[in-house]
Design a protein around this ligand. Structure first.
Ligand code: SF4
Length: 429
């Protein structure tokens, strides 16, 4: 038996807006696929042969001898995933879809695939394969949250073995936990992975780091949940302790965080992160009360807190690679100037800019749907680079202009990055 895993392509910032390539003196970095397929490959029984196609690198719609075609995708890739689903079904291949979009909108995925897995698929995956082998694939599989300590290491070799000139990431994601007890208005994580924070055992995290290091790769920790007080950041600190004790610095490329978490985290924990070799934070903005208010021009307190957060990063020697979100309801024609002024005054050297996108399944999506403000459901435009809803004070065109101006003006005086080292000038955009 053979299963073909497909990671469908999606349009990235510079593909949606090619002028960004002129504005931004940085390398566009094609990151790793999400861990979903690597996790499923790890729990695929040995009698199943595995093939993996990354549709971003080579179009996946070519014939296959696989017995089952499995898709994992998030919203920006949904349109392409449906196209690929139709292609393989026309070839007579059974298809199954999972991942964030199918979890949030299973009724839509069900129109395009023979079967849909809702939620974390690791636990149910062997049954899906057994059903496929018996010719009895169910239309829908509901899952329960996984006991993370029981899972094998994700099979990231599936991705790394496919590297070539157009895909050669320095880092791959390492997962410390799943789920989040908070419910930030634009975040899908509590929906796709539940509201219960579940951590991996430290040995599993170290195993993930080790298997990447063995391939010469660093780890990126994308989720800001690692900093949540309590069991969340206890595991992160244990991981840092492990790295320090073993003299294994520089094995982590960046750690995701938000401004409230920077403010709430005691300084000595950042110093430990620095000692463990962390030199960059991926500072996510636009989801939290600080960054949602700091650039409105009406909340001096949150602006001051935002300045404090950046200063704290600089103080401990960790670069805040900062992500700004434009196009929210409080944004107006002055927001771009205020964001740029803040970036300049606080000394942010590297930033990215995204358009607020109400992803299906999030609280924002539910609210804006109810208010009749979702403009369309062309999922390929749900990619942080297009305005897909009607904001309160700006038109969608104004949001797009603001987004492009942020990229252009922020990087206008940073042409020196053109001759900087690979590490210095590499960002995902
Ligand atoms: S943005 Fe972070 S803290 Fe907020 S719900 Fe998502 S994972 Fe949790």
């Amino acid at each position: 038996m053979k299963v073909l895993f497909v990671y469908p392509r999606f349009q990235r910032h510079a593909q949606a807006h090619p002028e960004l390539l002129q504005y931004v003196p940085m390398n566009e970095y094609l990151g790793s696929p999400s861990l979903g397929i690597a996790c499923l490959a790890a729990v695929t029984p040995a009698h199943w042969e595995i093939e993996f196609r990354d549709d971003r690198l080579t179009p996946a719609d070519t014939p296959t001898d696989a017995d089952l075609v499995a898709f994992s995708f998030f919203t920006p890739a949904a349109t392409r995933a449906f196209e690929l689903g139709r292609y393989f079904r026309a070839q007579g291949k059974p298809t199954v879809a999972g991942g964030i979009f199918s979890t949030a909108m299973p009724h839509i995925s069900a129109q395009h695939f023979d079967s849909v897995v809702v939620g974390e698929a690791d636990g149910v995956w062997p049954k899906v394969l057994a059903d496929a082998q018996a010719g009895a694939l169910q239309k829908r599989y509901e899952t329960v949250p996984c006991e993370l300590g029981s899972l094998p290491l994700p099979k990231v070799s599936l991705y790394i073995d496919g590297e070539g000139p157009s895909f050669n990431p320095d880092d791959y994601p390492v997962q410390l936990s799943r789920g989040c007890p908070l419910s930030c208005h634009s975040c899908i994580l509590p929906v796709s992975m539940t509201k219960t924070l579940r951590e991996y055992p430290l040995a599993h995290v170290v195993g993930q780091l080790d298997q990447l290091a063995a391939k010469g790769k660093r780890a990126c920790l994308t989720e800001d949940t690692s900093w949540l007080p309590g069991k969340g950041n206890r595991l992160l600190m244990s991981m840092f302790d492990h790295l320090i004790e073993h003299g294994q610095q520089a094995r982590v490329s960046y750690v995701g965080i938000s401004m409230p978490m920077i403010i709430a985290t005691p300084r000595h924990l950042f110093e430990k992160a620095r000692r463990a070799g962390v030199t960059m934070f991926y500072l996510v903005g636009g989801f939290d009360p600080v960054t949602m208010r700091a650039f409105t021009g009406k909340d001096a307190k949150q602006l001051e807190r935002a300045h404090q957060a950046i200063a704290k990063c600089h103080d401990v020697g960790i670069e805040p690679y900062t992500s700004f979100l434009i196009g929210q309801d409080d944004d107006d024609e002055g927001t771009v100037d205020r964001m740029l002024e803040f970036a300049q005054a606080s000394g942010i050297r590297k930033a990215e800019f995204a358009v607020f996108t109400p992803y299906p399944g999030t609280p924002s999506w539910t609210r804006l749907q109810a208010e009749g403000r979702i403009l369309h459901t062309d999922w390929s435009r749900y990619n942080d680079a297009n305005c897909v809803y009607q904001p309160r004070h700006l038109t969608p065109d104004q949001v797009t202009e603001a987004y492009l101006r942020l990229w252009r003006d922020f990087y206008a005086d940073k042409r020196h990055f053109l001759t900087a080292s690979h590490d210095e000038r590499t960002i995902q955009f």
